[in-house]
Design a protein around this ligand. Structure first.
Ligand SMILES: [Zn+2]
Length: 167
C-alpha cells in the first residue's frame, strides 16, 4: 500500500466513522433526545458511542461527547483515552472540549460547527465567547474565592499518600 492510498483509506475510514456519529445523532432526535452523537475510536475500532441525554436524564453534562468518553473509559477500563480519537457530529462545546483534554484524547474530528448548531437553536457560541473574549465580569455564574487557612489540607493528604494513583 502506498502512502497515498493509505492516506486515502484513512480519510475514508474517518468519513465512515463520522457518518456513524451523524446517524447516532439523527436517531437520537427520533428517540426524543438532542441532535448530537459521538464515537470514540481506538486502533481503528469504534470503542464506544454516545448521544445527547440532557433532557432524558436531567443531566446538563450528558452531552454526546461526554457520554461517549465515559462509555469508552468503562469499556477500556481506564481513565485515560490516550491513543483515542473523538469523532463528533458537531463541534465540541467548551465543556466537551475540556473533558477531552482531561481525558487525554489524541484527536477530535467534528462535522457541523458552532454556527451550524446556532442555526438549529443551539447557541453554544455565547459560551465560547465567554472563554475566548469576554471578561470574567460578564459570566452569568459568579466565581468567588474564600480565603481558608486549611485550603491545602486535601493536597497535603494527597502528597503524603504513598499508594496514590497519579493521573
Ligand atoms: Zn458538549
Amino acid at each position: 500500500m502506498t502512502a497515498h492510498t493509505r492516506e486515502a483509506s484513512i480519510q475514508e475510514l474517518e468519513r465512515a466513522w463520522m457518518d456513524e456519529a451523524i446517524r447516532v445523532a439523527t436517531e437520537n432526535v427520533h428517540n426524543g433526545g438532542g441532535p448530537f452523537g459521538a464515537l470514540i475510536v481506538k486502533d481503528g475500532e469504534i470503542v464506544a458511542t454516545g448521544h445527547n441525554q440532557v433532557t432524558s436524564t436531567l443531566d446538563p453534562t450528558a452531552h454526546g461527547e461526554v457520554n461517549a468518553m465515559r462509555a469508552a473509559c468503562q469499556q477500556l477500563d481506564t481513565f485515560s483515552l490516550e491513543g483515542c480519537v473523538l469523532i463528533t457530529s458537531c463541534e465540541p462545546c467548551p465543556m466537551c472540549l475540556s473533558s477531552a483534554l482531561w481525558a487525554r484524547v489524541d484527536r477530535i474530528i467534528f462535522a457541523a460547527d458552532r454556527d451550524d448548531a446556532a442555526l438549529a437553536g443551539f447557541d453554544d457560541r455565547k459560551f465560547y465567547d465567554l472563554f475566548e473574549k469576554k471578561p470574567e465580569s460578564m459570566w452569568p455564574t459568579s466565581i468567588e474565592r474564600l480565603d481558608m487557612p486549611n485550603r491545602m489540607a486535601p493536597f497535603d493528604a494527597w502528597l503524603a499518600k504513598s499508594d496514590r494513583i497519579d493521573y
